[in-house]
Design a protein around this ligand. Structure first.
Ligand SMILES: [Zn+2]
Length: 98
């Protein structure tokens, strides 16, 4: 007998890094308000059952986050630097007039 609604959850797809089975580690919902009312989005976190693979992945993820934060910080510092230069130029211009 064919199954109706043969839905493959992503936890049944093997890990793309090591090919091991994966499992759902966390499920949560998020409510989003829009023009039509409230929309509920279901999230699930799927982890690899291979502990080594998962910890490697977590490590990489953390490094990515760190890199991104550093980049954002640099961007911000550059923006501040530019603003300071602008202000200094303005100050100089003011002084030149006076
Ligand atoms: Zn894996």
């Amino acid at each position: 007998m064919p199954k109706i609604g043969n839905f493959i959850s992503s936890s049944e797809i093997p890990c793309d890094r090591c090919g091991n089975k994966r499992k759902v580690s966390k499920v949560w919902t998020e409510k989003l308000k829009n023009d039509h009312g409230v929309m509920i989005i279901r999230h699930s976190e799927i982890i690899c059952t291979n502990v080594d693979c998962q910890s490697n992945f977590d490590k990489k993820l953390k490094e990515e986050v760190k890199k991104r934060r550093k980049l954002e910080k640099t961007k911000l510092e550059n923006a501040v630097q530019r603003q300071n230069e602008k202000n200094a130029a303005k100050e100089l211009a003011k002084r030149a007039i006076a």
